[in-house]
Structure formats: C-alpha cells, structure tokens
Design a protein around this ligand. Structure first.
Ligand code: GLN
Length: 307
C-alpha cells in the first residue's frame, strides 16, 4: 500500500474508538445517518488525491457550503459591499444563535446561520432556482465535478427550519436581507442540501489552499484575493464557538457542518477533509475534529509553526 495511504489509515484507526456524541437530529433526515461512517481525504498541490475509509459515501454539505457561497458573494459584489451586510467577527455563540448587531441587524460573520443566510441572499438571480443554480455551479467548480441537491434533505430542512426563517425575517426588518424572505431561506436550505463526498470536500479545501485554482482540474475558480479573504474568515469563525480553541489546537482555517463533514486548508500545501456524523456540543464532528488534531500535531501543520 502507498505510504501516505497507510498513514491516513493509521489516523482513522486512532480515532475510530471515539463514539461520543450523536448525529444531528433537529433536521430529521440527518438523524438517519449511519453514525459509524468515517472517512478522510487529502489533496496535494498537483491534484493527487489520497482517501481512506467510507470515502464513497455522499452526505449533505450543510454549513460547509458557507465559505463557498461567501466566495460567490465576494465575486459578485466585492468585499466592502459584503461587509455592509455581514460582519467578520467570531460570534462566540452557537451556529444558530440570534446574534445580530443591535443597531444595524448585521450578523456577526458569514459562517453562522444568520450570516450565511444574509450572504446567500446576496447571490443574484430572479428566483430560488436561478440563485440555487449559481450556487451549485460555484460549488461544483470548487469540487471539480457536477454536484446535486438531495431533495429529501432539502424538504426536511424546509419543513423544520423555523429558527432560520425567524432569523431571515429579523434581518429582512433591518434591510440586511432584501426582497422575498422565502427566496432567501429556501435558497439557503437548498445550498445546505448539496451532496458531497469527503474527496469533494478535500478538493474544495485544496482550491482555497492553492489560491483559488482547483488542484485537480487546474481551473481558476476564484481570484487569489477571494481565496485569501475566505480563508481568513474561516480561520477566525469556521468552527462556531470552538473557533478560538480550534486555532490553538489545530491551527488551520477550517469549516464544519452538522452532517459531520469538516474541511481544512493548509495554504500552498494541501486541502484535507474528514467525515463522521457524531457531533459534539458545538455541532462539530467529534471524530473529524480528532482527525484534524492528530494530523496537525503529527505533521506540524499549524500555520504559526516554522516550516
Ligand atoms: N442547514 C443547517 C441549518 O441551517 C446548517 C447548520 C450547520 O451545518 N451548522 O441549521
């Protein structure tokens, strides 16, 4: 077996005994996930992909869509216009918190639900389908293949997404979200329901790590400046109210989602992603977090380490 493959298998063996936590249940469709699934993928500078474990399993991207929709909003409007609608400060609160600036109604950052709904609402298009189409195209370019929406997950989100709807209505009252609240939230639910594998996520992280160029297809997806801006926000806000400790322990810009996926980018070196559905109290995958900690400490990946 390839030595890198072997090494990644070793990381999975190390975290497999961790069975704390539980898959997300507040979106009924996510509760049906097999809690034992575990996968890891890495993509290097020349687009070589290494993956181990349940690397063929598809799951909904959930919050990991947020940095990539932010990239699309930045491409369409530029940084200053985006910052008018959403901040860039860690909220220190759970992902679904009602944390809006008192005077302006601006959400703390684009990596929590409120901020992600505001960001998604910036994507141009006349209706839900047109906006979703642009989002799916952008995420597909990051992944290097055509991605799809899981209609079952989407329905499940839409039927139970009262809190997200409430957030969107509040932001609509401040003018942070324009136009139809329905269009904004349904587009957001659809973006969360896009199906990916751990390999897709590693390539998406790799595209950010390599300055906006997909390392597998060789295509430029976003400018270097956008990749840098997105990674900066992931570094301070990507892991919800665990973002500070994450930076300390793992030291890589990252993003997690409630289906158990987690991706991280080592700038100019590689993209990495892990998947395992059991979540901790922050809504981050227990084993995926452990995978990244293990990789970071064993291979000196922390961005503030001497290379
Ligand atoms: N779709 C989920 C929600 O809005 C995404 C949350 C997450 O992955 N943290 O609640």
């Amino acid at each position: 077996m390839d030595p890198i493959q072997l090494l990644l298998e070793g990381v999975l063996d190390h975290v497999r005994p961790l069975t704390d936590g539980a898959p997300a249940a507040y979106i009924p469709e996510l509760a049906t996930a097999d809690p034992d699934h575990l996968a890891l993928a890495v993509v290097g500078p020349r687009g070589r992909i290494f993956s181990v474990g349940d690397d063929h399993i598809e799951f909904s991207i959930q919050s990991i869509s947020k940095p990539f929709v932010l990239a699309l909003a930045l491409q369409e409007h530029g940084l200053d216009a985006v910052l008018q609608r959403v901040g860039a400060e860690p909220s220190g609160e759970p992902f679904n918190a009602i944390s809006l600036e008192a005077r302006t109604g601006r959400p703390a950052n684009p990596m929590v639900n409120a901020g992600a709904i505001a960001t998604s609402a910036l994507v141009s298009g006349d209706d839900i389908d047109e906006r979703t189409g642009r989002i799916v195209d952008m995420l597909s370019a990051f992944a290097g293949r055509s991605l799809w929406i899981d209609e079952g997950v989407y329905r499940s989100e839409s039927e139970t997404g009262f809190r997200n709807r409430a957030l969107a209505h509040l932001m609509r009252s401040y003018g942070i979200v324009d136009g139809s609240v329905d269009t904004a939230v349904e587009t957001y639910f659809r973006q969360c329901s896009i199906l990916v594998t751990v390999k897709d996520l590693a390539i998406m992280a790799g595209t950010l790590a390599f300055g906006g160029i997909n390392p597998v297809t060789g295509r430029r997806v976003v400018t270097e400046a956008i990749a840098r801006d997105v990674l900066s926000i992931m570094a301070s806000c990507g892991m919800y109210d665990f973002s500070g400790e994450w930076m300390l322990r793992v030291g890589l810009p990252a993003k997690s989602g409630v289906s158990g996926g987690l991706l991280a980018a080592a700038p100019s070196q590689f993209g990495v992603a892990s998947f395992s559905p059991r979540l901790d109290e922050h809504g981050n995958s227990v084993r995926s977090t452990a995978v990244m900690e293990r990789l970071s400490t064993s291979f000196g990946m922390h961005v503030f380490e001497q290379h």
